[in-house]
Design a protein around this ligand. Sequence first.
Ligand code: DGY
Length: 324
Amino acid sequence: MSEKRKQVLVFRELPADQLARLQDAHDVTVANPRLPEQKAAFEAALPRAQGLIGASYPIDEAVLQRAGRLEAVSSMSVGVDNYSLAALRSRGIVLCHTPGVLTETTADTLFALIMATSRRIVELANLVCEGHWTDHIGEDLFGWDVHGKTLGVLGFGRIGQALARRAALGFGMPVLYHSRRPVDVPDLAGHVHYTARDELLERADIVAIVLPLTDETRGLMGSREFALMKPGAIFVNGARGAIVQEPALLDALDVGTLRAAGLDVFATEPLPLDSPLRTHPRVTCLPHIGSATHETRQAMAEMATSNLLLALAGEQPLAVYPLG
Ligand code: DGY
């Protein structure tokens, strides 16, 4: 056994080809702590783990305290809100993630939610499925056009830009965006306009959230923000559930004038069975599938595996999250 072999803990299943790449170079334990039967194996492997790779599990201060030999964490996600950034920084642990490879797929998901909510796709498909298509549909079941509507994008990173490209260049939609500062995107010049956040909420027919979850964005969409939105506007969230105050969203739908919401993410996931969002007639809920295609999840796994192999070899990973 080579001295360079290290201890790797895989905390969410990897495709077999990527697991094999890790096993070629290191001693690997696979234990998903979300599965009750694997939690003990995860806990047992943590103290000797030098590399962690996975997703969708909080690697917080308490976990990191039990991982005294850790050198690198590789997340199969672009979002890093599951990780205690301060604890990683103070222990000098490298955090890698997978930006870029999921951009187009996640933008597709967001656009699917825009189409589904505007054209009432799920509701009308269910009507057929349940045997209620007995006559021509009437006005009460008509949807609303997407083309030509104004899209407001909150957050203008890679995914926000890819969404804006679909809207502006594919559907002739005027696009407003808000981010910390205006962004120069040459192929979107003249098609998208930087706008103050409140003004965007007031002017957009459809508002889409594409922001990372940070202390600044947690709970960002509350009663005040929903009240600013146009009567009949549609709200779509493909970022993180905790950016939205869910009770305020429900009020905006039931008491206010919000037409519909399309949500891929929730404050608690999986969405609890008693959440009123789950069965709300004007809410389309997806089970956090932003990047969930065969091609993209494979690409994310490959990138995350490369990141960890490089980090453990002391080389520059493909994408290191800046911890400051
Ligand atoms: C991400 O990459 O952050 C996605 O939300 C994970 O599905």
